[in-house]
Design a binder for this molecule. Structure first.
Ligand code: ATP
Length: 368
């Protein structure tokens, strides 16, 4: 549905060594929600704005459906108003002097469409219904909550009956409770309408919750892409593993290789790990272990525990994070049960769960 080839964007007047978007290739299948995920400045918003036609690329091509939207080499550029898209921004961009329904009607009555008032109101009410806001139609925009205003801008994007919906951090101005509700609303509308959607966020939890596929970006490039479950369970790249919050990383060596799993020797013992790519025997890897895959116990009944000392603990409401020193390494263990009752200086065994840690080839060691 959306096809991007070699997309490149440089911003002039800046002493940058890299392009904001650096030769991206991307396909977004019809009816799917694909998230562009990455840290601040990695080029997500620029990519979205290029797809929207709000920016002109320096190189590359964008197709929506089978239509060419831009190709600088051929002098083709279709402007934002002529692309079959709806856009929702982080700042809701709702007009304060209008009611909810007037906000949604306005684009239908202006521009090229110039729809009659009755038809525009009917279409606007349909869109407000879709986002669960019909009963607030005649309320002035400033009297709506942030979440409701964001749903108004979603309804406004939907009234254009776009082939593609582009969402740029639509939840980041909302407080935590509302964010979840609007997120669920967006996903439910997207699935109901089967509308092809690109969603930009820097929040990995948000990306996992809404996406069919996640595209991880860094420095204007795509690091990897995959289904949300695969990106979470077994990232192929160290950058993704760290960005997804897998904070424990230990160097190791492959003892026994396999297709999807390998036996890795670490400084403190052996561990069976997932391997997203071939891991030849003897090769060096970095093993990424989720905090929730490291159990703590006072006795080592498994015989596989690593001896450590508690440094400090942090309470998160539904869990505790313990920071435990094992040799030279500080590991983080997440315990979901009630407090294990460990304090600074207590000796403890860290027991790693088998077959959930991920062994990723150590590229630096490999290039030595
Ligand atoms: P964030 O999550 O902070 O919005 P992002 O991943 O969306 O970040 P972009 O906004 O696409 O990143 O920016 C990519 C790079 O391009 C950054 O280095 C940014 O400073 C630069 N950039 C973005 N817009 C402009 C602009 N209008 N002029 C100059 N440089 C820009």
């Amino acid at each position: 549905m959306i096809e991007v080839r070699g997309l490149t964007k440089r911003y002039p007047g800046r002493t940058v060594t890299r392009n904001a978007v650096d030769g991206i290739d991307l396909e977004i299948p019809e009816g799917k929600l694909v998230t562009l995920l990455g840290p601040s400045g990695c080029g997500k918003t620029t990519t979205l704005r290029l797809i929207a036609g709000l920016e002109r690329p320096d190189a590359g091509e964008i197709r929506i459906g089978s239509r060419l939207m831009c190709a600088p080499a051929e002098g083709v550029f279709v402007g934002v108003h002529h692309r079959p898209i709806g856009v929702v921004f982080q700042s809701y961009a709702v007009w304060p002097h209008m009611t909810a329904v007037q906000n949604v009607m306005f684009p239908l009555q202006s521009g090229q469409k110039r729809m009659g008032r009755t038809e525009a109101r009917r279409r606007a009410m349909e869109a407000l219904e879709m986002v669960g806001l019909a009963e607030f139609a005649d309320r002035p925009a400033p009297a709506l909550s942030g979440g409701q205003q964001q749903r108004v801008s979603l309804a406004r994007a939907l009234t254009r009956e776009p082939e593609v919906l582009l969402l740029d951090e639509p939840l980041s101005n909302l407080d935590a409770g509302l964010r979840d509700r609007v997120r669920d609303e967006i996903r439910s509308v997207q699935q109901r309408l089967g509308i092809t959607t690109v969603f930009v966020t820097h929040d990995q939890d948000e990306a996992l919750a809404v996406s069919d596929e996640v595209v991880v970006m860094d420095h204007g490039r795509i690091v990897e892409r995959g289904q949300a479950q695969d990106i979470y369970r077994c990232p192929r790249e160290e950058f993704t593993a760290r960005f997804m919050g897998i904070s424990n990383s230990l160097p190791g060596t492959v003892q026994e290789g396999g297709q999807d799993m390998a036996e890795i020797s670490l400084a403190h013992g052996r561990l069976r790990c997932l391997t997203p790519a071939a891991a030849p025997v003897g090769s060096r890897v970095n093993v990424f272990i989720r905090p929730e895959s490291l159990r703590l116990s006072r006795k080592d009944s498994s015989g596989r525990g690593w001896k450590g000392t508690v440094e400090f603990s942090i309470y998160h409401g539904d869990c505790w994070d313990y920071h435990v020193r094992v040799g030279d390494t500080l590991l983080r263990s997440r315990m979901y049960r009630e407090k294990v009752g460990l304090a600074h200086g207590d000796p403890v065994f860290v027991v790693p769960e088998e077959e959930t840690a991920i062994a990723i080839a150590d590229k630096i060691a490999a290039s030595d």
